[in-house]
Design a protein around this ligand. Structure first.
Ligand code: ADP
Length: 821
């Protein structure tokens, strides 16, 4: 299109009233008025700015086609021409120098209808357009961002519809279109009540929570309330799948728990191991301490024992040496007396030790015979009557009425226990007394022979008591009560250890209750069985009446004067013709010389022992007149196996020492009659039991008094006579009747120096004294006997004086005993 010719510059401006001018100036758009040639007649500030000018004045008089870029000028001219020609308003958009412009052209006509001016309003849309574009781009970016997110994004509306869901969501849950959120999300929750997005909607606050869908996947959801482009309130929910993380976390937690568990377990194990180690080391230390204590106790015990042994042994040696050196016969005799005393004392100690080791080695068989428990208790108490009376103590026996007359068990062992306990009770009591109680254990008793029977024993005293911390120690083998007490009261300290072992051997437990200064009670229970009273009676009768055929000859070989005299007395009492010799050689000579119906052979003898002598007699070439003569051993050996040893040597049987009257007679009678020898056990057991009872406490009390042995030992005496009180009573009576006369005869014989007679009398007095348990008198008589044998007038006379006083007290004692109580 050809450009219209450029008209000349207008010469007059548009005249405008104030109102029109104000209207023009106030417009936000660019407003200008041009003539048909393009010259600006009027313009406002916006128009000036649009053309890059400062003031409207600068624009006025300018031609817009000059101001516009060429392209724009042309198109503008075309549009303006269009408006002029058509005489109508025009609206069009145009891009000028990168700006978006909207033009409104309104032609203004003169009265002739000719277009003379044009009003042009231009709106600059550039900024508006730019904002829209940015917005669009931003939205696009957002959507792109949401779409590409590795998590779910959705827009939730109050009606529970989801109007936008991103790709992740759609891929995982499917399209949410037309579905309520619960369905769209495959929600496992039963109700929407309290569902965080809904709450977020109500509270207008951001919410976060972990949500698990029906398939078990967990999302961490964040919902933020906002307004959409249409101004509607909604919630944008953003969710990240944390299932794997959670699983890993759970696994980690489990692993952690497990490892913590492991650590805890290990710690516990370590603690346990540590505790075990500690307790082990504690035990070890305790064991070491115990061993150490045991060693020390053993050493103390050994020191104690060697002291106990060495003291009398030194006395023996010293006195023997002195006896050899001194010329004066009375001094010599005094020394020998002391040797005797010390030797006796030594024997007691050694007996204690031997008993203990024998019992501890469990070498003693347990006897099972019918016995009278009242008798056992009586004999046990008898041993201590004198001592108790000396101290002004009462000695009481209480046996329950329901305790059967006959009991089956080991009377010897039981007696020994009682003897020891009563000895201690008397020893450690200065006022009051000692009570021994025997009763049937609760539960009663079936009196039929053979029925089981438990008896309870208690030995109670009102003595010094035992300190609490010593109460266990006193039972221990090598741990005795404190040395000072041991020294003060004498004793080997083995008594209770022996008792404990014996009680245990019989199936009981020895215990003690004690209060210092008030007294002690030792108690134990033992299972026996009910015995047969008739059998018991019969045994007694048999023992008492076993009478030999008259005229039977017995050879007795024994180096021990006491045993020899007792055996001889017993044999004589039954009418045996007995010959006594003192050793094996003499025995052999005797059997070569004479015929005997029986040989009683001591096993341990000087020159030739009993076993050798027996073998010699059994040897047909020995010259014995009867190599088949029955030989019965007399022995203190009573261990298992000894019997076999004796039998192997050719002995027929044996009698245990100290001699028990019933066993003695039964064995002797059995041997001469060719009867079956009594059971080895019963004989051996009885003998040993008696021996232990007699040996255990023999001289304990008297050593403390400094004397060789006790004045009286009635228990042993009774024991020797089988506990037969009547028999002992008869012996007492004979002693009371004959001894004063014999003493007178002895005095005369001594004065006349008729030594044989004196010797016989002294020997007889000695034997009688021993039989009734007057031990000191017996020992004294032996002294006299000894000096008679020596034909030592001075000594014998002096010893006789001492004997007189001993016999006097023995007679007084026996007279008291014989008096009705
Ligand atoms: P011992 O030969 O010393 O008497 P035991 O073994 O018989 O030996 O007794 C050990 C110790 O027990 C005694 O030395 C004494 O200390 C204590 N004992 C035993 N019986 C009694 C008792 N009845 N009263 C007080 N102490 C006792």
């Amino acid at each position: 299109m050809a450009l219209p010719p450029r008209p000349a510059r207008p010469t007059s401006y548009v005249s405008m009233d104030e109102t029109s001018r104000a209207l023009l100036e106030s417009s936000m758009e660019s407003s200008l008025v041009i003539d048909v040639s393009g010259y600006v007649l009027a313009a406002n500030l916006m128009a000036a700015k649009l053309f890059g000018m400062e003031t409207p004045g600068e624009l006025e008089q300018a031609n817009i086609y000059d101001l516009l870029p060429r392209d724009s000028a042309d198109s503008r001219r075309a549009r303006i021409s269009e408006a002029i020609e058509a005489v109508r308003s025009l609206r069009f958009e145009e891009e000028v120098s990168g700006r978006s412009l909207v033009h409104s052209i309104v032609p203004v006509t003169n009265p002739w209808g000719e277009v003379t001016r044009l009003a042009i309003n231009t709106l600059d849309l550039t900024e508006l357009h730019r904002t829209d574009e940015d917005l669009r781009r931003e939205q696009q970016r957002q959507i792109f961002f949401m779409e590409s997110l590795p998590g779910i994004v959705y827009h939730l509306y109050p009606d529970q519809s989801i109007r936008y869901a991103n790709r992740y969501f759609r891929k995982y849950f499917g399209s949410p279109k037309g579905k309520k959120c619960a369905e769209a999300l495959n929600c496992a929750n039963s109700s929407c009540e309290g569902c965080p997005p809904m709450e977020s909607m109500e509270s207008d606050r951001t919410q976060e929570w972990d949500w698990t869908d029906a398939r078990g996947r967990t999302f961490h959801l964040q919902c933020s309330p906002m307004t959409d482009s249409a101004g509607e309130r909604m919630i944008m929910v953003l969710g990240i799948d944390i299932t794997d993380r959670k699983r890993a976390e759970d696994a980690l937690k489990i692993a952690h728990d497990k490892s913590e568990d492991k650590v805890r377990r290990r710690t516990r194990e370590l603690e346990r191991a540590n505790a075990e180690l500690t307790s082990k080391s504690t035990r070890l230390v305790a064991a070491m301490k115990k061993a150490d204590a045991a060693t020390r106790a053993k050493s103390a015990f050994l020191a104690n024992m060697s002291h106990e042994i060495r003291t009398p042994l030194n006395a023996v040696l010293g006195m023997a040496e002195l006896a050899l050196r001194v010329e004066d016969p009375s001094r010599k005799n005094e020394c020998l007396g002391r040797v005797l005393e010390a030797g006796t004392s030594l024997l007691t100690v050694i007996n204690d030790i031997l008993d203990f080791s024998k019992i501890e080695a469990r070498k003693l068989p347990l006897e099972r015979i019918d016995f009278d428990i009242r008798e056992v208790l009586r004999t046990a108490l008898d041993m201590h009557r004198l001592h108790a009376a000396d101290k002004g103590l009462t000695l009481v026996a209480e046996v329950g009425d329901d305790v059967p007359l006959a009991i089956v068990g080991d009377p010897g062992r039981l007696r020994q226990v009682l003897v020891n306990l009563v000895a201690n009770a008397v020893k450690f009591t200065e006022a009051g007394g000692v009570t021994v109680r025997i009763g049937v254990a609760p539960g009663g008793v079936d009196t039929a022979p053979g029925s089981p029977l438990t008896l309870e024993f208690a030995v109670a005293d009102t003595g010094i008591g035992i300190p609490k911390k010593k109460r266990r120690a006193i039972f221990k083998s090598f741990l005795q009560a404190d040395d000072s007490i041991t020294r003060k009261h004498g004793g080997t300290g083995l008594g209770l250890a022996i008792c404990k072992l014996l009680v245990e051997l019989m199936g009981g437990t020895l215990e003690v209750e004690s209060e210092e200064g008030r007294g002690s009670t030792f108690f134990f229970a033992i299972d026996f069985s009910v015995g047969d009273p008739e059998a018991l009676e019969q045994d007694r009768a048999e023992a008492a009446t076993a009478a030999p055929r008259p005229g039977l000859r017995v050879l007795l070989a024994d180096d021990n004067a006491l045993n020899r005299s007792l055996a001889m007395d017993l044999l004589a009492e039954k009418g045996y013709e007995a010959v006594a010799v003192e050793n094996g050689v003499q025995a052999l000579e005797a059997v070569r010389r004479e015929r005997f119906d029986l040989v009683l052979m001591d096993v341990q003898m000087p020159v030739m022992d009993g076993i050798t002598a027996t073998r010699a007699i059994r040897d047909p070439g020995s010259g014995a007149l009867d190599s088949e003569v029955p030989i019965v051993a007399l022995t203190a050996h009573a261990l298992k196996g000894d019997r076999e040893r004796f039998l192997a040597a050719g002995m027929n049987d044996y009698i245990a020492k100290p001699i028990r009257i019933d066993a003695f007679y039964a064995t002797v009678a059995g041997a001469v009659n060719g009867a079956q020898a009594p059971g080895a056990d019963s004989v051996a057991g009885a003998g040993v039991a008696a021996g232990v009872a007699a040996g255990g406490n023999d001289c304990a009390e008297d050593r403390q008094e400094g004397n060789g042995c006790p004045a009286f030992d009635r228990g042993t005496a009774l024991e020797m006579l089988g506990g037969n009180r009547a028999l002992l009573g008869r012996m007492d009576a004979i002693f009371l009747r004959d001894t004063p006369g014999e003493m007178e005869e002895l005095a005369v014989a001594l004065a006349d120096q008729r030594w044989d007679e004196a010797l016989r009398l002294a020997h007889s007095i000695k034997s009688s004294a021993r039989t009734v348990g007057a031990r000191r008198a017996g020992a004294q008589a032996e002294q006299v006997e000894f000096f008679c044998r020596q034909q030592d007038h001075t000594s014998a006379t002096r010893e006789y004086k001492a004997l007189e006083s001993e016999i006097r007290s023995a007679l007084e004692f026996l007279a008291r005993e014989a008096a009705p109580k």
